[in-house]
Design a protein around this ligand. Structure first.
Ligand code: COA
Length: 256
């Protein structure tokens, strides 16, 4: 694919999507979000990919928010389309059947923090900084920040961060549960790639079901009913046959 604002390359079982706007702190303009959405969609049908990493180019920013220069003159109608289109892209990340890891390599502000929160797993470098500074600009977050921040770290802490617009460092993000691991900047990508290589030994179908069941919790479906169906339907799957046979035969499962 010929992208202008992102790059995407395969390394082993991992696909690395890199935001390529380093001179603009990897700010997320509309084209960039479209390209991420397109790439996430394309990867769903690629074979052999066990995890997707989203990261920023350079050492300063994962993404310092939506592109303020681009939207500064938008009318409410244009802003509505921008927000709705962004939500669709972020939802496609959240609903990806392949796990998506945000490798947060610096500033993760506004839309950047929202992008990281749409991913299934967040691993940060020790120079990472997180925040939702939108109220400084006269708007609330528009890419799901008011919802996902509360889902991930709880309403109390989320509201405090959203109201104060303050930025937190990687260690505080770890303490809040916003990220699951903090490593040095040098080790960030190798840690994410190693995480994905370990997933090769797990059932991709079952991982996809875990993601779908978890997302049912935050939908208008009954998550418990969804889980009963998901669990029982898995009993007819090749992965279930392989996983249980391998256990009984005392060998390692090989998932296709
Ligand atoms: N949108 C558009 N451009 C952005 C941007 C954004 N969200 N964040 C940074 N940039 C641009 C700057 O305008 C600057 O461009 P220029 O060189 O053409 O002037 C370039 O990226 C470098 O940023 P700069 O502010 O000079 O870097 P810094 O190290 O001094 O500060 C930040 C880094 C992240 C603290 C600062 O850029 C910032 O506060 N960004 C906006 C954060 C924000 O409010 N995000 C929410 C948006 S909804």
């Amino acid at each position: 694919m010929n992208y202008q604002t992102i790059s995407s390359e395969r390394e082993g079982a991992a696909q690395i999507i890199r935001i390529e706007r380093e001179s603009k702190m990897n700010a997320l303009n509309i084209q960039l979000l479209q390209e991420i959405g397109q790439e996430i969609g394309r990867l769903q049908d690629e074979s052999g990919i066990r995890g997707i990493i989203i990261t920023g180019s350079g050492s300063k920013a994962f993404a310092a928010g939506a592109d303020i220069a681009e939207f500064a003159e938008f009318s409410p109608e244009k802003a509505k389309k921008m927000s709705a289109d962004g939500h669709a892209v972020f939802n496609s990340i959240e609903n990806s059947k392949i796990p998506v890891i945000a490798a947060v390599n610096g500033y993760s502000l506004g839309g950047g923090c929202e992008l990281a929160m749409a991913c299934h797993i967040r691993i940060a470098s020790d120079n990472a900084k997180f925040g939702q500074p939108e109220v400084n600009l006269g708007v609330p977050p528009g890419y799901g920040g008011t919802q996902r921040l509360a889902q991930i770290i709880g309403k109390g802490r989320a509201l405090e961060l959203l109201i104060s617009a303050r930025t937190i460092d990687a260690e505080t993000a770890l303490q809040y549960g916003l990220v699951s691991q903090v490593v040095s900047f040098e080790d960030l990508l190798s840690t994410c790639k190693a995480y994905i290589e370990k997933l090769v030994a797990k059932s991709p179908a079952a991982i996809a079901e875990v993601i779908a069941c978890m997302n049912a919790l935050y939908s208008d479906q009954d998550g418990f009913d969804y889980e009963i169906d998901s669990f029982s339907n898995s009993f007819g799957s090749p992965d279930f046959k392989e996983g249980t046979s391998a256990f009984v035969e005392k060998r390692k499962p090989e998932y296709k």
